[in-house]
Design a protein. Structure first.
Length: 167
């Protein structure tokens, strides 16, 4: 199955998007810690899924979209996909801890494993791994970097505008 790829500009830098006919496969930040493995069938191009993703991401960054309505096709283990699907249930503008996310996926003692799956989320923003924070409220690990996590949480109103992790 051919995978089409493109880049889209965003307030957090260029985003790499990849999609096949089944759905969106990847969104990656410029300096992604865990890039999705690319196959020989990945090529620069365009398809309906990428057009929808670009449009909906634009609306999200403009503050007019709170949920995404895209066909998704993330590749991972059953456990990872369960964690990623559960991320989509965290409401816009809210956060949960890794322990709370572990409880939501039915594995209350598996915070570390849930954190590892969260860190390998191939569809950040759409599957909002940025909404998962430390138990003490600290902004911890994020594939797009902590400044990006802070930006996304401020955009959603989950952090007060004056909050500055670095200031």
């Amino acid at each position: 199955m051919n995978v089409q790829t493109t880049f889209v500009d965003s307030p957090v830098g260029p985003l790499f998007l990849a999609a096949d006919d089944a759905g969106l496969r990847a969104i990656e930040f410029r300096d992604n810690r865990h890039p999705v493995r690319r196959g020989d069938d990945w090529q620069e191009g365009d398809n309906a899924v990428l057009r929808m993703a670009r449009h909906q991401l634009g609306e999200y960054f403009a503050g007019t979209r709170r949920t995404f309505d895209l066909p998704l096709s993330p590749h991972g283990t059953d456990f990872q996909r369960n964690v990623w699907t559960t991320l989509a249930t965290i409401p816009y503008g809210e956060t949960v801890s890794y322990a709370q996310l572990a409880a939501r996926v039915g594995r209350p003692g598996a915070s570390r494993a849930v954190g590892a799956a969260n860190g390998r989320n191939p569809l950040p923003i759409v599957l909002p791994c940025h909404r998962v924070i430390g138990a003490d409220g600290a902004l911890t690990g994020f594939g797009g970097g902590l400044p990006t996590k802070q930006y996304l949480l401020k955009l959603e109103g989950a952090l007060p505008p004056e909050f500055d992790l670095f200031g």
